[in-house]
Design a protein around this ligand. Structure first.
Ligand code: NDP
Length: 328
């Protein structure tokens, strides 16, 4: 087998040089173990902070060790009860073509009739992040105005669709006119191109003159500041991610923080894992919306294990719409 190793810790924007594709010795298959050939690998923004040594909610990636991440694969050999060759499983041994581990590390995919990579997208962590962040953390309600950043990306595009299912007014921001057109196609009432000239706060005010009730933050920085400027009284901010800061070496200035006070804004960070016990509720709702054609998962696919670092880097230049995936 082969796996991508972290060769050096990136400073600022990562480069292909930080990664190295090396042979991966697999352990012999003992009783209770399963061997899996990977079919789909996930690249995710959260992997960037894990490449530094900073303390966080997940351990940093070790240098000169194989990287890990979300993956879907097919069982090719099993010495464990309940697993047979041909079974499709999701697991955390990404960034490699094959994995062998105790069966507990693998989750069998339900026979939903959906493509297996949906479990790395709308039916997996991505969908759950959008669902719990919008409905439980921000407590967004029908009739409210929701602003979501990185709205053409995996989590953001799912937030747009869930918000429309739930009868909210949605404004999405994304980089460039094509992505904004896509955000509108997903059902958003307005889309903001944050890369076009002008202040983001002015652009947001133009489409939400009455202000916003909810901000779903994927980006941080100027986006968060614009949302603070436009927040209505009692607004709720679900802080999901701050991709704009992951490669930044400069401090971020927020000019509108004081609005938290007068507008009584509630700002709440969250991790999707906080809702692990409630995944059943999410899977039931999301499964239903997908079956009814009310939500769908878009994806950007690159091919081959060799493409992994390039796919990862592409997240930070916005080359993906929907979920960025690598197909083996
Ligand atoms: P996306 O599919 O949204 O990919 C990243 C997108 O972010 C890019 O396509 C790009 O779109 C945009 N982007 C990149 N750099 C910048 C920048 N400097 N400023 C503004 N936009 C930028 O990724 P995900 O949907 O997987 O993740 C979205 C966010 O959610 C991330 O912040 C991630 O860390 C977070 N997350 C949090 C979880 C949690 O449990 N809290 C779980 C999963 C994700 P564009 O072309 O529009 O710029």
């Amino acid at each position: 087998a082969r796996a991508w190793y972290l060769k050096s810790r990136p400073k600022g924007m990562p480069t292909l040089d930080n990664f190295d594709l090396r042979p991966l010795p697999l352990p012999p298959l003992e009783p209770g173990m399963v061997r899996v050939r990977n079919l789909w690998l996930s690249v995710d923004p959260y992997m960037r902070p894990r490449m530094t040594e900073a303390k966080s909610y997940v351990a940093p990636y070790a240098l000169d060790a194989p990287l890990d991440g979300g993956a879907v694969g097919e069982v090719v050999e099993s010495k464990a009860d309940g697993f047979s060759p041909g079974d499709l499983v999701s697991h955390r041994f990404g960034w490699r073509d094959e994995a062998a581990a105790p069966a507990e590390a693998f989750t069998k995919l339900p026979a939903s009739g959906l493509p297996p990579q949906a479990y790395l997208n709308t039916l997996g962590i991505i969908g759950a992040t959008a669902y719990f962040g919008l409905l439980r953390v921000a407590e967004a309600k029908a009739g409210e105005t929701v602003f979501v950043s990185a709205a053409a990306g995996a989590v953001g595009s799912t937030v747009v669709q869930i918000a429309k299912v739930k009868g909210m007014r949605v404004i999405g921001s994304a980089g460039g006119p094509e992505k904004c057109a896509l955000v509108r196609e997903l059902g958003a009432d307005a889309a903001i191109d944050y890369k076009s000239p002008g202040l983001l706060a002015d652009k947001l005010e133009a489409v939400a003159p009455e202000g916003i009730d909810v901000y779903f933050d994927n980006v941080g920085g100027e986006h968060l500041d614009a949302a603070l400027a436009q927040a209505r009284e009692g607004a709720r901010f679900a802080i999901c991610g701050m991709i704009g800061a992951y490669n930044s070496t400069e401090p971020v200035a927020l000019r509108n923080l004081f609005r938290i006070i007068a507008a009584r804004i509630r700002i709440q960070g969250f991790l999707v894992s906080d809702f692990r016990d409630r995944f059943g509720e999410f899977q039931r709702d999301m499964g239903q919306w997908i079956a009814q054609g009310r939500t769908s998962g878009s994806e950007t696919v690159m091919d081959g294990l060799e493409a992994m670092p390039a796919a990862f880097l592409a997240l930070f230049s916005g080359r993906n719409t929907g979920k960025m995936l690598v197909r083996l």
